[in-house]
Design a protein around this ligand. Structure first.
Ligand SMILES: N[C@@H](CCC(=O)N[C@@H](CS)C(=O)NCC(=O)O)C(=O)O
Length: 208
């Protein structure tokens, strides 16, 4: 049994989607970020930067923090979405997500959506970077069906929940033909639909 320490955010959803995709038994432990559960010493003993997601694999008592490391662990455990022959390419796109796509779109959320009017510089800077990320992803998806080639991988699973916040990005996903096609394809997957609404409160994947 895998225990997922979860909050309903793009980083949390990466792992709930992966767990649905690989069909391993799991349970959710909610971490209420607004109440500050992430700073509890028990949680910090498995996630030293006080961030979700984290997991404990109760089969071997291993705990892991950082979404990319968790995805790799679950992919290796299940033998899915991390083809041995393509790992260098998958790693590139996975690390680009955790180091670039996620942090910059996250800043764009902060300045553009949650705190508009507080910093013109911040709003402009991250809006420009967010648009460039859409463009760069779109260009790559003109070359291949999925980010790391023609197979769906953990790099797609990591990136999808961030693009699923497109309604608050104000960029216009529909104008990016290849990124839209990729998004629609992944949106249709049963495991993605279930993992997106892992708390079963009717959370739907935003349509384009
Ligand atoms: N690099 C981390 C980022 C995780 C992260 O930023 N988690 C956020 C929620 S999406 C969090 O736990 N925030 C709580 C806080 O900062 O206090 C990963 O990919 O797992």
């Amino acid at each position: 049994m895998i225990e997922l320490f979860y909050a309903s955010t793009p980083n949390g959803k990466k792992i709930s989607i992966m767990l649905e995709e690989i069909n391993l038994p799991y349970k959710i432990t909610l971490v209420d970020l607004k109440k500050g559960d992430q700073f509890n010493s028990k949680f910090r003993s498995i996630s030293p930067f006080s961030k979700i997601p984290a997991i404990t694999d109760h089969e071997n008592n291993i705990s892991i923090f950082e979404s990319g490391a968790i995805l790799i662990y679950l992919a290796e455990k299940s033998g899915k979405f991390y083809n041995k022959n393509n790992r260098t390419v998958i790693n590139q796109w996975l690390i680009a997500q955790v180091a670039h796509v996620g942090p910059f779109l996250g800043q764009h959320h902060q300045f553009h959506h949650y705190n508009p009017g507080k910093s013109k510089f911040g709003e402009e800077r991250y809006f420009k970077i967010a648009k460039t990320i859409y463009k760069d992803l779109d260009e790559n998806l003109n070359k291949s069906k999925f980010l790391a080639g023609d197979e769906y991988t953990i790099a797609d699973i990591a990136t999808f929940p961030w693009i699923a916040r497109h309604p608050i990005h104000g960029i216009g996903l529909k104008n990016f033909k290849n990124l839209s096609r990729w998004y629609k394809d992944i949106s249709k997957r049963e495991a993605v639909i279930k993992g997106f609404d892992v708390l079963k409160n009717g959370e739907k994947i935003p349509k384009i």
